[in-house]
Write a protein that binds this ligand. Structure first.
Ligand code: R2B
Ligand code: URA
Length: 309
């Protein structure tokens, strides 16, 4: 049972309004966004979020707080007197959510199951808020293939561990496939902006896996039943097929955004070259600096779009 069309749950009409096509939610008296500790009954979601135009997702809570602080600076955003940025999902300890004017910065944890839960709730949040013309970004980390560590990869396509360009999910006991697609224009616009920075950025295919160790052909997990030659042959085959980085969420991100008719892009810095090793041995300071690189490109894109110098 496959669903290659995948536009059934939420679509964006001509007005740009994010319309939820799940009638069940529309019929509900209250919608509890449990993992964000928000609800459309206990919170005035329209008042809180109606002006959101950009949602920035990333795995780590501290990196997403750092991005929110960076956006305060880039957007010249005036926090109300005596206020500091607060985590709007503070009553939940699953994810963090910050809002800086039209920008949301939200953490998604590690892996597809964690991202998927959050994605449902963010899309519903934007629907309840009546948001229009929203763009999603994932700003992440990854292992590179044949790239200088610190290089940013803007995904032009994404495949799973079998090199298939769709996310497969079990729903009601059957396998359902959702195509995972990016907006080529957005990808090119981000690539053009990256030329302003002094770090390397490339576009390429991203492989998204369900595991960090054996799922990414590492030799250093708790278990491993293949040889170094097998590993290298697999990674080289990936490289030859255009894969430039490996991470753990982009397939779901692109598939759910496509299903929702939401424009999206994925930008990941690479923390190591997987053709040279498995372990992450660079200093935390250096890796943190690499982690700010996707933020710089996205912040510039947002400022340009809003006409902010
Ligand atoms: C990149 O980094 C994490 C694993 O270390 C995972 O969330 C990903 O996609
Ligand atoms: N994240 C991944 O998923 N893989 C890596 O190798 C590095 C970061």
């Amino acid at each position: 049972n496959t669903n290659q069309n995948g536009m059934s749950s939420a679509t964006v009409g001509k007005s740009g309004l994010l319309d939820l096509k799940n009638e069940h939610v529309k019929d509900m008296e209250e919608d509890v966004l449990y993992h964000l500790a928000l609800s459309d009954k206990t919170h005035d979601l329209k008042d809180m979020f109606h002006d959101v135009k950009f949602v920035c997702f990333g795995g780590s809570t501290s990196r997403m707080k750092q991005l929110a602080e960076y956006m305060v600076d880039k957007l010249h955003y005036k926090l109300p007197a005596g206020h500091t940025l607060s985590n709007i999902a503070g009553s939940s300890d699953r994810y963090v959510l910050y809002k800086v004017g039209p920008v949301l910065s939200v953490s998604h944890g590690m892996g597809i199951p964690s991202l998927s839960i959050l994605f449902h709730e963010v899309v519903k949040l934007l629907y309840h808020a009546g948001c229009k013309d929203v763009t999603f970004f994932r700003l992440g980390t990854s292992g590179g293939l044949g790239l200088e560590p610190g290089t940013v990869v803007i995904s032009d396509s994404v495949v799973d561990g079998l090199l298939r360009p769709y996310m497969e999910m079990v729903t009601l006991g059957t396998l359902v496939q959702y195509p995972a697609l990016f907006d080529p224009i957005l990808c090119q616009e981000l690539m053009d902006i990256s030329a302003d920075f002094d770090f390397p950025t490339v576009t390429g295919k991203t492989m998204c896996t369900y595991d960090f160790y054996e799922g990414q052909a590492r030799l250093d997990g708790a278990f491993c039943d293949y040889s170094e030659d097998d590993k290298m042959a697999f990674l080289k085959q990936l490289y030859d097929k255009g894969v430039r980085n490996i991470e753990m969420e982009s397939l779901c991100f692109a598939a759910m955004a496509h299903r929702g008719g939401i424009k999206c892009a994925v930008l990941c810095c690479t923390l190591l070259d997987r053709l040279k090793g498995d372990q992450l041995t660079s200093s935390h300071e250096l890796m943190n600096e690499w982690g700010t690189r996707p933020q710089k490109i996205v912040a510039e894109y947002i400022c340009k779009t809003l006409g902010i110098e």
